[in-house]
Design a protein around this ligand. Structure first.
Ligand code: FE2
Length: 155
């Protein structure tokens, strides 16, 4: 594999790991949230993160690489189950998840600004990056001091 393609595969595999981490931490958060609408929204995000993994893994395979098959365990411990396990209250859980989404978005934004990524792969990364920006925006709006009229106030 050419050096450039190896670099692209490494970038994609790092993103796949982040999406696996996001799936684990979203699922962990869902088990702690009392608000059904919030749980449903995080469930929808899990579905999107799974789609990201599938799309990126298929690109890695097409490039002749081996897609990452799991997250970065240290990251899951740091950002997922252990941290969430100590949190009490929907707001604290959603704040932690927002932090995780801010980090994911930053990684995707960094990836799309890397030089030398083939345009078809770049198009996929830009679409996923937009998904992450939308996730991040949802958490920001949900955690805003004045909740939307339809949202349950957070404790
Ligand atoms: Fe996300």
């Amino acid at each position: 594999m050419a050096r450039m393609l190896r670099k692209v595969v490494a970038i994609l595999n790092r993103l796949i790991q982040l999406d696996y981490d996001a799936i684990e931490s979203h699922k962990s958060a869902m088990s702690k949230l009392s608000d059904a609408a919030d749980r449903a929204q995080l469930g929808a995000f899990v579905t999107e993160h799974r789609r990201h993994v599938d799309e990126l893994a298929s690109i890695v395979r097409n490039l002749g690489g081996e897609p990452a098959s799991h997250g970065d365990l240290r990251q899951v411990v740091a950002r997922g189950k252990v941290v969430l396990g100590a949190l009490v209250g929907d707001r604290a859980v959603l704040e932690a998840m927002r932090g995780s989404e801010v980090e994911s978005t930053a990684h995707y934004e960094a990836a799309v600004s890397q030089p030398g990524i083939p345009v078809d792969i770049l198009a996929v990364l830009e679409r996923i990056c937009a998904d992450e920006q939308r996730h991040q925006a949802w958490f920001a709006a949900r955690l805003a001091p004045v909740a939307g009229a339809s949202a349950t106030p957070l404790k």
